[in-house]
Design a protein around this ligand. Sequence first.
Ligand SMILES: [Zn+2]
Length: 176
Amino acid sequence: MSRDYVRINHAEFDKFMTKFNAGQISPRGTSEIVYRILLGNELSIWIYSSIRQKSSVSRPAGRDAIRTIMLYQENHGVMKESKTLRTSNWEKNLEKKIRSLQKRAIHHKCPWGHPLVRRKGKRSRSSFIACAAYPKCKYIYKKEKPLSKIYDPENIPPLPENFIQRFLRLIRLRKG
Ligand SMILES: [Zn+2]
């Protein structure tokens, strides 16, 4: 099956990105032009344009896509990256993806001060609110308090015990 792949040039992509107030950035280790949309709360959306920095046009073959990912603190992937094929309707498809990611950012924090995001369940279509720092922080919002009161800088709970801590504690108990 062949698709109607198109080539996109830098100016065209740049014009498209102005809709989202995106800034062009130059992260290390990529030959692509990358855009970043700041969402506040240390969250951002990064768009890997597939356009080469050197030639200013997208690569000729259609296989590689425009990649979109939400990051926490510029380095932690909040959810799986998503791909938009460079077919003639790429603008419409990419806009849909960006708008949906923008809606997933929440301007409140988990009890440990990380940003919260709306996540989708694996099978169900319903979404839930959880920590953006997953798997480091496994907090899930269970409507225990209003969202605005979940993070209280004066009253941060102790970190949940992880597997290793628990193991060490059990060994200490046994010895004692
Ligand atoms: Zn957290």
